[in-house]
Every structure is written in structure tokens, then in C-alpha cells.
Design a protein around this ligand. Structure first.
Ligand code: AMP
Ligand code: MG
Length: 414
């Protein structure tokens, strides 16, 4: 590994370099599947979609009213024309439009060649086969053929993560099924002798495993199929055996806990013994011990055990990795500038995240309020916050009123 990617004077990797290395180490899964539209949201398109037809396929009325030629309308309104026909949405007009006539039309009705505007019914009066028309200009209240999409254009690129609106676009082209990447399989473990499964008895020295339930939701949100492998003990041989077995058929192994350098931290030695350890110290807070390596060909991310650190490291590192495995072209979330409402002292050379809630002040500006406590074990801080403020390596402090980058949880949970 290139030494320059480390933080100056330390053996710690900068967050950006760590992420770049993670992303370079994986490629999209090879499998594809065809899914019907109702199951397509959240999946990643495996091939580009090319429009087979114009949308809309015809010029049509944008309002209920009368389709006419602008040349037939008097400038100050009051034109009277015979009503020569009626077209509702879905009907094909059989006749031919004659200049000097009006057609009664309804929203979505396909127009024949000839009329070049629709006068809304609210400013018209029809009686005995004739209509008195209000004023109008050429092009008004028409939707032009192909104004949404033209046949032949690529309307969605491969690697697009489908949101409901993209599924709608595919539907508007008449597609019933879409070719998407198969979901990457993420195998999840917790580790620690103190951990108990929710629902079981927990003695005074035990705590319930909360990380796995956060991670299951996060991994699914990132498009993964999750295989939940429960809690591993603080025992290297057991850990090694379980990881080796789980690596078969997994696209990503995700553990939490046991990632630092203590006597009871066995993830690193297990990865070293089974495969290749790439890095484990990153200049970030919270979350420093983050193990990355491979077991066989399968990448493994060993998240820290502290609940806040484990969730944060998932969002910053595991999520982009999973999205890349899932075939997504866009893996980096969007940060938004907000005004800090708090002072904060940080260490230069380290990237730090502050749990925060954003609110709108009287002037309409978005301001971030910091969660008052910092502990990495305080999971209630994540529940009480709307997102994270990211403080870059070169920053030494935040002063109230400073502009900072904010990552809403909503941006990365789905
Ligand atoms: P470790 O990284 O194993 O040293 O764990 C750091 C801290 O996180 C310890 O206090 C652990 O008890 C706690 N921890 C580890 N795994 C979990 C988990 N799955 N759920 C809740 N807390 C955990
Ligand atoms: Mg532990």
C-alpha cells in the first residue's frame, strides 16, 4: 500500500483513501435477474433502457376544452365556431379536422393534425352546436408528441438504482419486467461473549446484541440480501471456522465487535489466518478500528463493536461497498451545507462525525444542533438525531455559525 495514503506521521489511513481502497477491491456481482415492475424499486438496472416509442405518442389536450386553430381566433376573443366533433381520452378521432371548426376535447385526448391549441372550457360557452371561444395563443394547453421521451433515446443508464419514478418511466414505455443485478449477499455476524440474543435471558454482565439489528436494516436498505449468522464468541478458532464457512457464497462478510487490538479481539487474527488483512486503523472518530480484508475472494468488513461506531462505519464505508457490489453507478451520498449551532473542538488529521439534528431557523436557514453527548455506546443519540455532520481532516474546530457538511440519515437509509 502506498505510504502517502496514511495520515501524516501516523499509521492510520485517511477515510477517503480507505474508501477508495474498498471500492477498488470489489466489482458488481455478475448475476442478473428479471423482475416485474412492482418488485423493481430499490433494485439496480443491469442494462440501459432505450425508448421504443414516443411518450406521449401523439399531440394531446392538456385540459378539457375546445381544440382549434390559432388563425381562426379573433385577437380579443368572442370567436364563434361550429363544434365539428368530440374526442375523449383514449378515443381515436375518425374524421378529419376542418379549418374554421372546433373540436370538443378532454384532457389526454389525442388530437388530429390541424388544431394548434386548446381553449379551456372555463372560458368557452357552447350552445346549439356552436361554441363562443375565449382568447388563446398557438401552442397553449397542448402536450406535444414525444415531449417526455423520444423513441430511440436511452432513458435510463445501466447502474441506475431504481426509485419509484424510474419504475414509472419503464412502465410508460410498456415494459413489464426489468433486468436487474441480483442482490449482493451480505453475511452478518456479531461477536462478543457478553452479547445475548433479544428474547433470551441476559445476566448482569451481559448486554443484548443491538448492532446486528441495526446492520440488518442498513444492509437491506443498501440493496443486500442479508444472511443473519447470529453471535460469535470471543474465541479465535470458532470465529475462524465460522468466517471460513460463511465466506462460501457470500459477496460480503460483515462483523461487528472484536475489531481492535485487545486480547479478546479476534477478527484481525482470524482474517490474517484465513486470507489477507488490508487495513484496520483509520483516522476517523468515532469508529477507528475498522478491519478490511479478504477471506478467499470474499471481502470482509469488521465494524467496530460500539453501536454508534458500527452504524457510522456501515454508513460511511460498508454502504458504498454494498452499492458497488449491487452494480450501482452512484455510491456516494449527497451531503448538504448547513449552519453549525454548536462549538466543537476536533483533532486535525482525523475525520470526525457529530450526531446532529437539523432544524429551520426564523430566517429559513438550516441549522444543525449537536447531540449533547459524545459516547460511542450511546445508541439513543442516533435515534434522537436526524443525521451526521462531517468534519474534514484539516479542520481544527467548529464555531457556531460556521458552514458544515451534513448527511441526513434519510439520504442513506433507503
Ligand atoms: P469491541 O469492539 O468488541 O471491543 O466492543 C466495543 C463495545 O461495543 C463493547 O462495550 C461491546 O460490549 C459493545 N458491543 C459489541 N458488539 C455489540 C453488539 N452487537 N451490540 C451492542 N453492543 C456491542
Ligand atoms: Mg468484544
Amino acid at each position: 500500500m502506498n505510504e502517502s495514503v496514511f495520515a501524516p506521521g501516523k499509521d492510520m489511513l485517511r477515510a477517503e483513501a480507505a474508501l477508495a481502497e474498498l471500492l477498488a477491491a470489489v466489482a458488481p456481482v455478475e448475476g442478473r435477474e428479471s423482475v416485474p415492475l412492482p418488485e423493481a424499486a430499490g433494485r439496480v438496472l443491469a442494462e440501459p433502457l432505450i425508448a421504443a416509442r414516443d411518450v406521449p405518442p401523439h399531440d394531446n389536450a392538456a385540459v378539457d376544452g375546445y381544440a382549434v386553430r390559432a388563425d381562426d381566433l379573433a385577437a380579443d376573443g368572442g370567436t364563434v365556431l361550429p363544434v365539428a366533433g368530440r374526442i375523449a381520452a383514449g378515443q381515436v378521432f375518425a374524421g378529419e379536422f376542418a379549418p374554421g371548426t372546433a373540436l370538443r376535447v378532454f384532457t389526454g385526448a389525442a388530437l388530429p393534425p390541424g388544431p394548434d391549441l386548446v381553449v379551456p372550457q372555463e372560458i368557452c360557452r357552447e350552445a346549439e352546436g356552436r361554441v363562443t371561444l375565449g382568447r388563446g395563443k398557438r401552442g397553449q394547453n397542448l402536450r406535444r408528441r414525444a415531449e417526455d421521451m423520444s423513441a430511440g433515446t436511452t432513458f435510463l443508464a445501466a447502474g441506475t438504482r431504481l426509485r419509484p419514478q424510474e419504475v414509472g418511466l419503464a412502465a410508460s414505455q410498456g415494459l413489464a419486467k426489468l433486468s436487474v443485478y441480483r442482490r449482493p449477499r451480505a453475511v452478518l455476524f456479531s461477536s462478543g461473549d457478553e452479547l445475548r440474543e433479544p428474547g433470551a435471558e441476559a445476566g448482569p454482565a451481559a448486554i443484548y446484541d443491538s448492532n446486528r439489528y441495526v446492520l440488518i436494516g442498513l444492509a437491506r436498505g443498501a440493496g443486500a440480501e442479508v444472511v443473519d449468522r447470529g453471535i460469535l464468541p470471543d474465541n479465535e478458532a470458532r470465529l475462524r471456522a465460522s468466517l471460513a464457512e460463511a465466506a462460501e457464497g457470500a459477496d460480503l462478510l460483515l462483523t461487528s465487535g472484536g475489531a481492535s487490538a485487545g486480547d479478546e479481539d479476534h477478527v484481525k487474527p482470524a482474517v490474517r489466518a484465513l486470507g489477507e488483512l488490508r487495513f484496520w486503523k483509520i483516522a476517523i472518530r468515532p469508529g477507528r478500528p475498522l478491519v478490511f480484508g479478504h477471506i478467499g475472494k470474499t471481502p470482509l468488513l469488521g465494524l467496530p463493536g460500539n453501536p454508534v461506531a458500527s452504524m457510522l462505519c456501515f454508513l460511511i464505508f460498508a454502504r458504498p461497498l454494498l452499492l458497488r457490489l449491487a452494480g450501482a453507478a452512484q455510491v456516494a451520498p449527497q451531503y448538504y451545507p448547513v449552519i453549525a449551532d454548536f462549538p466543537f473542538a476536533k483533532r486535525v488529521g482525523r475525520r470526525e462525525w457529530v450526531r446532529a439534528t437539523v432544524h429551520r431557523d426564523a430566517e429559513g436557514n438550516l441549522r444543525a444542533r449537536r447531540f449533547p453527548r459524545e459516547g460511542s455506546g450511546i445508541l439513543t443519540s442516533m435515534a434522537a438525531s436526524s443525521g451526521l455532520v462531517e468534519l474534514p481532516e484539516d479542520m481544527a474546530e467548529v464555531k457556531p455559525g460556521d458552514r458544515v457538511d451534513y448527511l441526513p440519515f434519510a439520504e442513506v437509509l433507503g
